[in-house]
Design a protein around this ligand. Structure first.
Ligand SMILES: [Ca+2]
Length: 260
């Protein structure tokens, strides 16, 4: 075998080796391209499903805010949370296989759980609304500077009004609306004021200036910022006579409040 022949054989062998190596690289590149395409499709799927879930959660949150009425609200919220759980379960089942592949199922589950907790807190807060409405069950005599005692309780959510001393003890810090109506007797008049933590925040006068005898009820309303534990009450400032009308068939002396 001549030297030239040997060189030819070596060249042919090298060409075969390089060709095989090139084929292997091309095959690997093709495999990588297929993997990237699959992952891109998977990411698009996740984006679409995430948008759908966000939309559902926003709808539920809007529905929660819309609901009113304590007991009815609780029932409806319970159903909503149930639906929410079913939606989550169905969605989760539908997408479980895909999510398991990339390990983001736990993250999504955590996010959905947080949303559910948020809804429960909102429902609980709405069910615990603070409000009261008290009134005089009959005519009562109050002297100047005396705190009015409203002996009838229509509503006292939060158990903050004491009918024995007439003082409303603010149960939670926040912005409150307070309103009271006072009706003095015929030919009498009375100025009353609302006192919040020792400071007068508003007053009004029920006055019958005639000799005929008219009912002249007075109503006032204030919006105040108060802290838990503050004392709020209605006090007679002064006037003529002492009778506050509790029941005459036309009007009534009352005291109300609620937290915004
Ligand atoms: Ca009470």
């Amino acid at each position: 075998m001549t030297t030239v022949t040997v060189l030819r054989i070596i060249c042919i062998a090298l060409c075969c080796i390089f060709s095989a190596h090139a084929d292997s690289l091309e095959e690997r590149l093709n495999t990588l391209e297929r993997i990237v395409e699959k992952q891109t499709a998977m990411i698009d799927l996740f984006k679409n499903e995430n948008s759908e879930l966000k939309f559902r959660v926003e709808k539920l949150e809007i529905e929660v805010v819309r609901l009113s009425g304590v007991q009815e609200r609780d029932d409806e919220m319970g159903a909503m949370n149930g639906n929410f759980g079913n939606n989550y379960k169905n969605t989760n089942n539908r997408t479980a296989t895909t999510f398991d592949k990339v390990g983001i199922q736990d993250g999504l589950k955590s996010s959905m759980t947080n949303k559910s907790t948020k809804l429960n807190r909102l429902a609980k807060r709405q069910a615990e609304s603070i409000a009261f409405h008290v009134y005089l069950t009959g005519n009562s005599c109050f002297n100047d500077q005396q705190v009015l005692l409203f002996d009838g309780e229509e509503v006292d959510i939060g158990s903050a009004y004491n009918e024995h001393d007439g003082i409303y003890v603010v149960p939670e810090t926040g912005i409150y609306v307070f309103s009271w109506s006072y009706l003095s007797n015929y030919h009498e008049w009375a100025q009353t004021e609302i006192v919040v933590n020792g400071v007068s925040k508003g007053s009004t006068i029920s006055d019958d200036p005639t000799n005929v005898g008219f009912w002249s009820p007075a109503t006032a309303l204030v919006v105040v910022s108060v802290n838990a534990g503050d004392h709020v009450f209605i006090r007679r400032v002064g006037g003529r006579g002492c009778t506050a009308i509790g029941k005459n068939g036309y009007a009534r002396t009352t005291f109300s409040g609620w937290k915004l």
